[in-house]
Design a protein around this ligand. Sequence first.
Ligand code: CU
Length: 125
Amino acid sequence: MSRVRSTTTWRAALAAITVALAPAAAAHAFLDHASPPVGGTVGKPPPEVTVWFSEPLEPAFSTLRVLDKDGKPVDRGDRKPASGDRTAMRVSVPPLAPGTYTVKWRALSVDTHVTEGDFTFRVAR
Ligand SMILES: [Cu+2]
């Protein structure tokens, strides 16, 4: 009897936890789109790289780097929120030589969940 009751209580608690987590999981900040576009090719070097997310970010704890083909950071290290848009952040870059660049991002959404990822874009010759 006490064993059955204990299992039932545990299941009820688990169900409650699952319900509590569901909305938070849906609020993770996922990459929505970027400029230059994810996987895209641009005809001239972009002055900056901007990434937009599905949710507002905590800018102080989010990162954005642009790496060359050797994995060396080439951005100016001045990542900041895009003005007036809490779902976006940007970093400026010096004139980039033709080639493929990797953008690495790490985003802390306002629900305190961290997501991270990377994508490439190419500057055409
Ligand atoms: Cu989340």
